[in-house]
Design a protein around this ligand. Structure first.
Ligand SMILES: NC(=O)c1ccc[n+]([C@@H]2O[C@H](COP(=O)([O-])OP(=O)(O)OC[C@H]3O[C@@H](n4cnc5c(N)ncnc54)[C@H](OP(=O)(O)O)[C@@H]3O)[C@@H](O)[C@H]2O)c1
Length: 175
């Protein structure tokens, strides 16, 4: 049984940050475009299952509709009140989560952040594809897409301009 294809989805600044240093001053609802949100919603629903870290979950604090969400945390009991049919909390490592999904017959899973979880999967060579929405902002400081050193090679397989301001959607596949 092969593991599901892991498809990273992220919005980032021109200089590679997925969040600015001061997120209260510049929340993602301001710096990411409505076209990015539409893309994220459509693609994550199409894939059907999302994996994210507990810090990212804490920015939404609910199950997103019509998708299954798997939240990685070392303290699942902290999130008991949020559990529902589409939302689960796990202490499993990436390989076990993917093996489990493969046993359930899943072919794809969306990797939805944040930096810690993106980095964990990258470090283990588990990212197959990436959809990166580049918003025309420069942050200088903030949360980087990846927070580890790596030499993984990807190839650009798709590009689209999403709006007038120049939000770019880039699709990369692992070489
Ligand atoms: N622009 C975008 O597309 C985008 C997307 C997603 C997130 N973000 C941003 O990214 C930031 C959050 O990123 P982050 O790196 O701080 O946090 P994160 O990756 O969302 O979550 C990290 C947390 O996950 C848990 N965890 C990590 N490894 C684990 C493992 N092996 N097993 C079980 N649990 C594990 C730990 O929390 P516990 O204490 O619960 O164990 C850890 O602190 C936020 O600012 C968010 O807005 C941006």
């Amino acid at each position: 049984m092969s593991k599901p294809e892991v498809i990273l989805i992220a919005a980032m600044s021109i200089d590679g940050f997925i969040a600015p240093k001061d997120q209260e001053k510049l929340p993602s609802t301001v710096w990411t475009s409505k076209e990015d949100w539409r893309f994220f919603t459509k693609k994550s629903k199409e894939i059907g299952t999302m994996i994210m870290g507990s810090k990212t979950f804490e920015t939404i604090k609910r199950a997103l509709p019509d998708r299954r969400t798997i939240v990685m945390t070392s303290k699942p009991e902290k999130y008991n009140k949020y559990i529902d049919s589409n939302l689960e909390f796990t202490t499993s490592n990436p390989e076990d989560i993917l093996n489990n999904l493969a046993q359930q017959g899943l072919e794809k899973v969306a990797l939805c952040g944040g930096a810690h979880i993106y980095s964990l999967f990258l470090q283990k060579g588990l990212i197959d594809r990436m959809f990166l929405t580049v918003e025309p902002y420069v942050f200088g400081e903030g949360v980087k897409l990846f927070s580890i050193s790596a030499e993984e090679k990807f190839i650009l397989i798709g590009q689209e301009r999403l709006n007038e301001q120049g939000t770019l959607l880039l699709e990369f596949q692992r070489k």
